[in-house]
Design a protein around this ligand. Structure first.
Ligand code: ROI
Length: 161
């Protein structure tokens, strides 16, 4: 299954956090990396005063089920010091399952396509960079979503993670 993951960090060397997350994800049995976007800097979305984020999107091919993959992403978040304190708060690492093939999932712990992705510049632009022809289930063409989404201060940091 072709899957896209959204990665974000705004604490404790965000670039290093994303690098470590990429390596940890790619090292899992049943997952292989098929793409990785540039790194992007983005102002925090959501009210709280907090540092800018570094965001990226990773493409993987996986044999895992959606919930098996969720367990993996949560383990890696926890291993990288994620503390789930406040909603919308700063975090060392966030890994979101954006798309799972063309599946639409409404499970108690997992909603796919990711509920906020269609309006978030820090998800749409990196995703468009590595998969410009995607159709997003229930949302339509990625290219159309991007063209309707303001940059909101998003800046590309580099071409390699
Ligand atoms: N804001 C940005 N720019 N990037 C994120 O990854 C991000 N993640 C979050 C909230 C707090 C909603 N804001 C964010 O979880």
């Amino acid at each position: 299954m072709q899957v896209y993951l959204g990665l974000g960090s705004n604490l404790e060397s965000p670039v290093e956090q994303l690098r470590a997350a990429r390596a940890a994800i790619a090292a899992v049995n049943g997952i292989s990396e098929t793409g990785f976007s540039s790194l992007y800097r983005s102002p925090p979305m959501g009210g709280k005063e907090q540092p800018d984020y570094v965001n990226a999107v990773m493409a993987i091919e996986t044999e895992l089920s959606p919930l098996e993959l969720l367990t993996v992403t949560q383990r890696i978040e926890n291993e990288q010091g994620r503390v789930r304190s406040e909603r919308w708060g700063a975090r060392t690492l966030d890994i979101d399952i954006l798309l799972f093939g063309d599946e639409v999932l409404n499970l108690p712990d997992l909603i796919v396509p990711h509920y906020g992705m269609a309006g978030r510049a820090f998800v749409l632009y990196p995703l468009f960079e590595i998969a410009p022809d995607l159709e997003i289930p229930t949302h339509g063409k990625l290219a159309d979503l991007v063209s309707r989404c303001p940059l909101d201060g998003l800046e590309r940091l580099s071409d390699v993670a």
